[in-house]
Ligand binder design. Structure first.
Ligand code: C5J
Length: 222
């Protein structure tokens, strides 16, 4: 056990019951030519989280923490894509449409792959999710419970969409979440600030917020 300097107050890190979750660090969101860029976003804003997340990943692996990766995406026949999600945004290049990284947000396409820098190691579970939250329509909850996980350290993208949705889902299922602010990123700087504020508000209504160096310091002491 070790205390992570966090907000709204210290997070009691218990490595034996803690898992690292890396949310949707896939080319479609983070790389030029992907779905995120097709929506008009500047992907360099998300790239800022890559190097710090790599450091968390290395530290977690060195301490034998369970590492779980997630990817947002759909089946090639789009049978798991709700009509509302397909139509939303009236996009020129929507989910399932061809783009420079293959068909957008589709399993097996180049854009759906996790970026090389954060590639899952052999044996690390990769959870494919059709929604924003990593618990919706996936086996993530049983995968964590069967290993006795009670705490999640959360990295990934985007802070206000898939990271926040997953943290809220995890909170309702009884997990304590610690979000590392330099290891999560948004296309919108103001949403990054607001999403983190919402997590730690009201005594940590959804969880705790800290950063890479504070987390690494505590992990080294635990
Ligand atoms: C989005 C995500 N932003 N991974 N997905 O649509 O946050």
């Amino acid at each position: 056990m070790a205390s992570v300097d966090a907000q709204p107050y210290e997070f009691e890190l218990a490595p034996r019951t803690c898992a690292l979750t890396v949310i949707d660090m896939q080319r479609d969101f983070v790389d030029p030519g992907g779905f995120g860029e097709a929506l008009g976003n500047d992907v360099s804003l998300l790239r800022r989280a890559v190097a710090p997340t790599r450091k968390v990943l290395d530290a977690a692996r060195a301490r034998d923490l369970l590492v779980v990766h997630t990817r947002e995406g759909h089946r090639a026949d789009l049978s798991d894509l709700p009509r509302a999600k397909k139509l939303r945004g009236r996009l020129k290049t929507g989910i399932g449409d061809p783009g420079p990284l293959g068909r957008s947000l589709l399993r097996g396409e180049r854009g759906h792959h996790i970026i090389d820098e954060l590639k899952p190691a052999p044996g690390e579970p990769v959870v494919d999710k059709p929604g924003k939250g990593a618990f919706h329509a996936t086996d993530l909850d049983s995968l964590l419970r069967n290993r006795g996980v009670e705490q999640l350290v959360v990295c990934g993208v985007t802070t206000e969409v898939c990271v926040s949705t997953t943290v809220r889902e995890a909170n309702d299922r009884g997990y304590d979440c610690l979000v590392l602010e330099d290891c999560v990123a948004s296309y919108f700087p103001e949403f990054q600030v607001a999403a983190l504020a919402m997590i730690r508000a009201q005594g940590g209504i959804f969880g705790w917020v800290s950063d890479l160096s504070r987390f690494l310091r505590a992990l080294a002491k635990s």
